[in-house]
Design a protein around this ligand. Structure first.
Ligand code: SAM
Length: 236
């Protein structure tokens, strides 16, 4: 994360250790090189590297970049915990596709259960996956990864102009489903899918169930493919 207060035109700022390592060792940038720094809350600066080591890169912010790289609607992606690196994949790719935030869920058939220190550690890791994806794709609003909640507790609190639950075998999403909605929730299920009781509970809370095509997507593919399908339905 870059501290939003950190960047002021003409004032040198030192980047964190992870970003410094990436810039100096992975990208092999040098003093004098130009780069873009994000504050994670919608702002970006063009800056020049003034000093560089493996642990600390100092930059001089020159001009504020107000280009908006956000997608046409904020979409909260609600998804179950998924095993191993497949969770990283889902978060990384959905961030590239412009997810606004992630709500992690425990559902009936979720086969990953985490709590305590292991969960805290994983949440820090997943947030870093998302930050790295933002650095790569240039989205200057960093999605927050929210700690898992039981699906039944979260459903009544889930609020958006359009709430979607993805379930194989349902009807496709109507072409005009996203017209005029300010924000969207996209809920996808675990490898074992949602139970019928979960689908009923979601529809009682105003979720619309839909399917994309007639093949079964893996749990980590679904949020990514479905986000792309949503953007195809929203032109602006
Ligand atoms: N046998 C499970 C079922 O029928 O629900 C398969 C679950 S699938 C591996 C994991 C999740 O991805 C599903 O719960 C659903 O949310 C989403 N999904 C997979 N394929 C989909 C499709 N074609 N359309 C909509 N959602 C899909």
């Amino acid at each position: 994360f870059f501290d939003p207060q950190l960047f002021t035109k003409g004032q040198p700022a030192t980047l964190g250790e992870d970003a410094s390592h990436h810039i100096s060792r992975v990208l092999r940038m040098k003093e004098g090189d130009q780069l873009q720094v994000f504050n994670g809350e919608g702002g970006a600066w063009q800056a020049q590297i003034t000093a560089l080591s493996r642990k600390a890169v100092t930059v001089l912010p020159a001009s504020f970049d107000s280009e908006n790289r956000l997608p046409p609607r904020p979409v909260t992606v609600a998804l179950p915990l998924i095993k191993g690196e497949r969770m990283d994949y889902a978060l990384q790719k959905a961030t590239e596709l412009g997810a606004h935030q992630f709500q992690l869920l425990n559902t009936e058939r979720t086969d990953v259960r985490l709590d305590g220190e292991r969960l805290e550690k994983k949440l820090r890791h997943w947030q870093q996956v998302v930050i790295s994806a933002c650095e790569q794709c240039g989205m200057n609003l960093v999605p927050i990864v929210l700690a898992p909640q039981p699906l039944a507790d979260w459903l009544p609190t889930a609020d958006a102009g359009l709430k979607l639950i993805a379930h194989p075998g349902e009807n496709p999403l109507p072409a005009d489903a996203c017209h005029g909605v300010a924000d969207i929730i996209l809920l996808t299920g675990p490898e074992g899918g949602f139970s019928e009781a979960e689908i009923s509970a979601a529809t009682e809370q105003g979720f619309v169930s839909f399917a994309l095509g007639n093949r079964i997507l893996r749990a980590e593919t679904a949020p990514v493919a479905l986000l792309a399908a949503l953007w195809a339905r929203i032109s602006s």
